[in-house]
Write a protein that binds this ligand. Structure first.
Ligand code: UDP
Ligand code: MG
Length: 311
């Protein structure tokens, strides 16, 4: 029987945790196969860690806890979890029960058909109009720019083969958007529809600003297209103004001097502006690559572990 590792990031979720424990463990018990649940406490300031310790005391065989030294973000929490998994398949899930743990069985069935990544698409997504609208736009743009094909970037109930989880855990990158990363390295990804409900307890941990910055990570980490767009626009501007300059030069020869050369000045000015923009774009490409390489900061700092063999 292949083992399931469920990875759940937790940030100030004291209100959701009791229901999460109840539904998740009963769903996993029903599958009657070996499993472990790895909770990562991402610097919660509420009682989350106490509740996690309680469930660890009750189920030391299945529960593991990684307690972070601060808030490193949902995706880094998942990376830390991936580094400790012992299962054959690794499933990520949010702690707020917006995606039902009862769907895990269906994802496992897809894995057993031979898929190494099982993504999910939220059916009847129950979120605010504003969140749904933004997600739609982000999904379209991101797929275009990154060349990936994921229908719902925001849904974090996903399954990865152990091999893919290992690749992600050992990646040197300082910022990671897990679903995109996995899609890039998957050999046989698939997607299934799952149900979705409104967050019942607690509030979303993503402010508008955090959502924007998350999507910016996604763009810059998986594509150089934004930079190339700047460079290309600069080149097009240069080409157009060069064309204008040629026309003005011919007119000068044929018609003679006009308007004191003001338009020639424009042409030269536009050419230079275009050239400047494309230069900044090219420099930006280098800086982008270099800064990605040099920032070898620790991805997260662990305060204490429970049940992982490292405590
Ligand atoms: N989360 C986290 N660290 C953070 C932000 C969120 O570990 O800095 C966790 C959070 O506890 C939840 C999941 O990531 O389990 C998704 O967060 P949330 O439900 O607030 O996001 P939303 O559903 O609003 O996109
Ligand atoms: Mg949520």
């Amino acid at each position: 029987m292949q083992k399931i590792s469920l990875v759940i990031p937790v940030y100030n979720e004291e209100q959701s945790l009791p229901a999460l424990f109840e539904r998740t463990f009963s769903a996993l018990d029903k599958l009657s196969r070996p499993y472990e649940v790895i909770f990562i406490n991402d610097g919660s300031k509420d009682k989350s860690i106490d509740l996690l310790r309680e469930i660890y005391a009750k189920r030391p065989q299945q529960v593991r806890i990684i307690d972070f030294n601060g808030n490193f973000g949902q995706h880094m929490a998942i990376v830390a979890g991936f580094a400790k998994v012992s299962g054959d398949m690794v499933i990520t899930m949010d702690a707020d029960l917006q995606n039902p743990p009862e769907e895990i069985g269906r994802m496992v069935a897809e894995f057993e058909k031979g898929h190494d990544v099982v993504g999910t698409i939220r059916e009847n997504r129950d979120d605010s109009f504003y969140r749904k609208f933004c997600s739609k736009i982000v999904n379209i743009i991101t797929n275009k720019i990154t060349g990936l094909n994921i229908h719902d970037y925001g849904c974090m109930l996903r399954l990865y083969s152990r091999g893919i989880a290992d690749v992600i855990a050992h990646s040197e990158e300082g910022t990671t958007f897990i679903p995109a990363f996995a899609q890039k390295f998957a050999s046989s990804p698939t997607e299934i529809f799952i149900s979705h409900s409104r967050r019942e307890k607690g509030v979303s941990k993503y402010s508008f600003f955090r959502l924007v910055s998350l999507n910016f990570d996604l763009m810059t980490n998986f594509s150089q297209v934004p930079l190339q767009f700047i460079t290309l626009s600069g080149m097009i501007i240069s080409a157009l103004s060069l064309f204008l300059a040629v026309i003005l030069f011919i007119r000068r020869l044929v018609i003679g001097p006009e308007e004191g050369g003001l338009f020639t000045l424009f042409a030269i000015q536009f050419f230079l502006t275009g050239f400047l923009i494309s230069s900044v774009g090219i420099v930006g490409e280098y800086i982008g690559r270099i800064s990605k390489e040099v920032r070898k900061r620790p991805k997260y700092v662990i305060r204490k572990e429970y049940g992982t063999g490292n405590e």
